[in-house]
Design a protein around this ligand. Structure first.
Ligand SMILES: O=C(O)CCC(=O)C(=O)O
Ligand SMILES: [Fe+2]
Length: 356
């Protein structure tokens, strides 16, 4: 294994002892790495439709004053002054991952100080002054939740949740699954992600902090992780963007002081997978149930509009990849096919997609 990988995994193991690598694990560990590729929209949609992780470089997320300026200082100042004074952020702090709330300038002061371990993953910034600093178009112009005129922004607060991600070296975000497809863009720092299909992991005995009674840390072991067909690992660093399918459980280790943004999306090419998951399995995110009907209606409106639109609109929204995903599902023999097709929301989507 290269010196870079040894250093990386030694650091990871010093933060989370379940990540200690044994000699015998090395060949599999190397094979399971997901490498970044240059951004391409058709590739992004193809990967989404197959339910595969995508890690891109060169997807531009411009920060005003960031080009040529000191990006760290521009972002830190933007965060300090970009939220109402009374606003607090929910943080996870220390090795014990204690939860509390903290004023935003204090979060930044501690993050910059570099001595305490802390992490923020749900500081929503839509419609704040901070929102003007970052052009998030590239992270959301395929997201049905952001562009539906009839839902009046309700999805932005309930599902999209565009958030700042701030964390210090040494932070561990323990095992969970978000159940909605996610996007993470890194401005500064580096994180190590381990991801696997939630149900596959559960069958292998892995816990999930949102679903299981976890004591100190969710049950996990690296050797089992490497044997899961769905497992993969990667680092996300400056300028890189991760697209993570919602079926994947993950744990995330901050290797270097990190600043980025993250959000959830519903995209046409991966919608079939999401809908199948939300209908057949449980969902913690798409609650209450009426929300699913609203999301489905927004998807149907979008399909209708794109179907009547120009070729460019079809490419923009990934209509061909959605159709292909639906055709493949129809031709395949998923064990839940029968119950899914009888579900009214799925049936509506399926029909609309086939006609598109
Ligand atoms: O960045 C982290 O530490 C956790 C992020 C995460 O779980 C997510 O974006 O879904
Ligand atoms: Fe997550």
């Amino acid at each position: 294994m290269s010196a870079e990988l040894i250093t990386l995994w030694e650091k990871a193991a010093s933060i989370d002892r379940t990540l200690r690598v044994h000699e015998r694990d090395l060949p599999l560990l190397k094979r399971k790495r997901v490498k970044p590729t240059p951004y391409s929209r058709p590739l992004m949609f193809a990967q989404m439709s197959r339910g595969q992780v995508c890690l891109f470089e060169n997807l531009r997320v411009p920060v005003r004053g960031g080009d040529g300026g000191d990006l760290r200082e521009v972002l830190a100042e933007g965060i300090r002054s970009g939220f109402p004074k009374s606003r607090t952020a929910r943080i996870q702090k220390g090795r014990s991952r204690q939860r509390c709330r903290m004023r935003i300038p204090e979060v930044i002061r501690r993050w910059e100080g570099g001595r305490s371990i802390l992490s923020v993953t749900d500081l929503h910034f839509r419609e704040t002054k901070f929102d003007d600093l970052i052009d998030t178009t590239a992270l959301s112009d395929f997201n049905v939740l952001c562009n539906d005129p009839e839902s009046g922004g309700v999805f932005r607060q309930t599902i999209e949740m565009m958030t700042l991600v701030i964390s210090s070296e040494g932070n561990l975000t323990d095992i969970h699954a978000d159940d909605c497809d996610g996007t993470n863009h890194c401005f500064l720092g580096r994180k190590l992600w381990l991801a696997w299909d939630r149900l596959e992991g559960r069958a292998a005995g892995f816990q999930d902090v949102d679903r299981d009674p976890v004591c100190e840390q969710a049950t996990f072991d690296l050797e089992t992780f490497l044997t899961l067909p769905s497992s993969g690992w990667f680092t996300v660093g400056p300028g890189q963007t991760l697209f993570l399918p919602g079926n994947l459980a993950h744990k995330v280790i901050t290797l270097e002081h990190y600043l980025g943004v993250g959000s959830f999306h519903v995209a046409l090419p991966s919608y079939l997978r999401s809908l199948e998951r939300w209908i057949i399995y449980d969902t913690l995110d798409i609650v209450p149930k009426e929300l699913l009907a609203k999301v489905n209606r927004a998807v149907l409106r979008r399909i209708g509009e794109v179907r009547r639109g120009a070729k460019a609109a079809k490419e923009h929204w990934g209509l061909a990849q959605m159709k292909e995903a639906v055709a493949n599902w129809h031709a395949g023999n998923s064990p839940v096919k029968g119950s899914l097709i009888r579900h009214p929301l799925f049936a509506e989507f399926f029909e609309a997609a086939r006609r598109a």
